[in-house]
Write a protein that binds this ligand. Structure first.
Ligand code: HH2
Length: 439
C-alpha cells in the first residue's frame, strides 16, 4: 500500500473526505454533480466519463469484430475479442465491449452507417442496453386475472399437489388442503400462485398426463372460483397445460423451457403468458452433466433462443417471462453464480423470475441443513434476486418472503409503497395491483 507522505491515512481521508461514490445510473450521477454546485455542463462531462457498462456479444463475424473495435476506439472505448480472430483460426468471435451509456449512444449510429453497416448488431446492442435499463411496469395479463410486474416484486407462492415434491411433498395432495393453502398464499400477499402436479426434483418419477390432469381437476375449478391472483400451472406437458388453462389457470410455467413445439402451439393458441425456464436435459438426467464451458453465456444464449423460437411460433413477447432455472442442471456453485449475476438476464427484455426457495444449494450454505430449515436462506436469496432485478420470486414461505422483498423494493426504489392494513394484519401492497376479469 502507498504510504501517505505526512499524517496518517485516516487523517488524510478525514481531511479530504475521499469517498468512492455509489452512483451508477445517469440520474444518480446528475444528482452528485448538482450537490457539488457545479455548472450544469458538469453533468454531461461526468455521464460521458461515468460508469462503464460491459456488454458481451456472441457469434460476431470476423469482418465485423475489427470494425466494432475501430468504432469503439474512435469513441475512446475499447473491446476485446477471441484470440483466434486475429489469425482467422476461428470463423466467429465473442466480443466484449466496454463503454458508458452515452458512448454507446454515440456508437450506435456509427455502426449503422455505410460502409460499416453493422445495423443488425447495433439493433441488438441497443435493445439489450434498453432492456437492461428499463424499469417500466409490466402488465402480466393472464387468461382470467392479471398482475402488474415491475413496480414492486411479485412473490409467486408454491402449491404442490404432489406426494413427492422435495420439500413439501404430500402436504397438499388432498383437494381441501390444497384450496386452504392456496387461500392462505393469497392472504399472505403472494401476487401469483404456481400449482404443480408433478415433482421436478432431480430423479423424480414421471407422472402420466392423465394423472397430472386428474390431480389438477380436483383443485383448479375451486381455485379459479375463489382466487383473485393469477394461477400459473407448473407443467412440461402440452396436454396438461391445455387442460389446466381450460380449468381456470392463467399462465404456464414450463421448466423445460417450452422446448416441445406442441407446448408452444397450446400457449400461442390460448393467448396465455408463459415462463421459460432454463434446464439442460430432463429432471431425470439434469444433474448428471454439470460441465458448462461458460455457464452464464450458455444459460443466457439458450434462454434467448427459446424466447426467439416462442415468439416465432406466435407467443407475444410481452407474455413471456424468463428464469435461469436454479437447480435445473446446475451445481450449488453454479446456482450462486446465476443468482449473483441475475441482472444480466434483464437484457433479454422479459421480466425475470427466479426460484431459489428451499433448494439444496441454500442448504449447502448452512452446512447441509434439510429443506424445512432453509427458510432464512430462501428469504435472503429472494432479497438478492430483487436487488438483481428479478420481477417475480417463487417461494414456499410466502409471508417472510413478502415481508423481506417489501424492504428490498423500498431500498431498490428509494420509496416505501402503500401497504394495506387488514384487521390488524399487514397485507401486501401487491394485491392492489391485481385485477380479476369478470368471467
Ligand atoms: N423450481 C421448481 C419447480 N418449478 N419453476 C420455475 N419457474 N423456477 C423454479 O426454480 C422452479 C419451478 C422446483 O421446486 P418445487 O416445486 O418446490 O419442487 P418439486 O419440483 O419437487 O415439486
Amino acid at each position: 500500500m502507498t504510504r501517505a507522505p505526512s499524517g496518517s491515512v485516516a487523517e488524510l481521508i478525514a481531511r479530504y473526505g475521499v469517498r468512492v461514490l455509489d452512483a451508477t445510473t445517469p440520474a444518480e450521477v446528475a444528482r452528485e454533480v448538482e450537490r457539488t454546485a457545479s455548472d450544469p455542463e458538469g453533468v454531461g462531462v461526468l455521464t460521458r466519463t461515468g460508469r462503464t457498462v460491459l456488454v458481451r456479444l456472441e457469434g460476431i463475424p470476423l469482418r465485423a469484430a475489427p470494425l466494432l473495435k475501430q468504432e469503439m476506439l474512435a469513441l475512446g472505448v475499447d473491446s476485446v475479442r477471441a484470440k483466434g480472430a486475429a489469425d482467422r483460426s476461428v470463423e466467429q468471435s465473442a466480443v466484449v465491449l466496454s463503454g458508458t451509456p452515452s458512448q454507446y449512444a454515440h456508437l450506435l449510429p456509427q455502426l449503422r452507417r455505410p460502409p460499416v453497416d453493422l445495423t443488425a448488431i447495433a439493433d441488438a446492442l441497443e435493445a439489450a442496453l434498453e432492456n437492461y435499463a428499463r424499469p417500466a411496469p409490466w402488465p402480466l395479463r393472464g387468461l382470467h386475472r392479471s398482475v402488474t410486474l415491475g413496480n414492486s416484486t411479485v412473490v409467486m407462492g408454491i402449491l404442490n399437489l404432489t406426494p413427492d415434491s422435495f420439500s413439501d411433498g404430500g402436504s397438499f395432495d388432498r383437494p381441501e388442503a390444497a384450496l386452504q393453502r392456496a387461500l392462505e398464499i393469497e392472504a399472505e400477499g403472494a401476487g401469483l400462485l404456481d400449482v404443480g402436479a408433478e415433482s421436478t426434483r432431480p430423479g423424480a418419477a414421471t407422472v402420466s398426463a392423465e394423472r397430472e390432469i386428474e390431480r389438477l381437476r380436483s383443485v383448479l375449478p375451486a381455485l379459479h372460483d375463489r382466487l383473485k391472483i393469477p394461477i400459473s400451472i407448473d407443467t412440461q406437458k402440452p396436454a396438461v397445460a391445455r387442460a389446466a388453462l381450460d380449468l381456470g389457470a392463467d399462465l404456464v410455467n414450463d421448466v423445460s423451457g417450452l422446448r416441445d413445439p406442441e407446448m408452444r402451439r397450446v400457449i400461442a393458441r390460448a393467448g396465455a403468458p408463459a415462463v421459460i425456464v432454463h434446464m439442460r436435459g430432463t429432471p431425470e438426467t439434469m444433474q448428471k452433466n454439470l460441465d458448462y464451458e461458460d455457464l452464464r453465456t450458455e444459460v443466457y444464449g439458450a434462454l434467448a433462443r427459446s424466447v426467439a423460437t416462442a415468439v416465432g411460433d406466435g407467443i407475444a413477447p410481452e407474455r413471456l417471462l424468463v428464469d435461469p432455472g436454479l437447480g435445473f442442471g446446475k451445481s450449488a456453485e453454479q446456482n450462486l453464480d446465476l443468482l449473483h449475476h441475475l441482472s444480466e438476464f434483464r437484457s433479454l427484455g422479459c421480466p425475470v423470475l427466479v426460484g431459489p426457495s428451499r433448494k439444496s444449494f441454500l442448504g449447502r450454505a448452512l452446512g447441509g441443513v434439510p429443506p424445512a430449515q432453509r427458510v432464512e436462506a430462501s428469504v435472503a436469496a429472494a432479497v438478492i434476486a430483487v436487488l438483481g432485478g428479478a420481477s417475480v420470486v417463487r417461494a414456499h414461505d410466502v409471508t417472510p418472503t413478502v415481508r423481506a422483498v417489501a424492504l428490498a423494493d423500498a431500498v431498490r426504489t428509494g420509496r416505501f409503497r402503500e401497504r394495506q392494513v387488514d384487521g390488524g394484519a399487514e397485507a401486501s401492497g401487491s394485491s392492489s395491483s391485481m385485477t380479476r376479469d369478470p368471467t
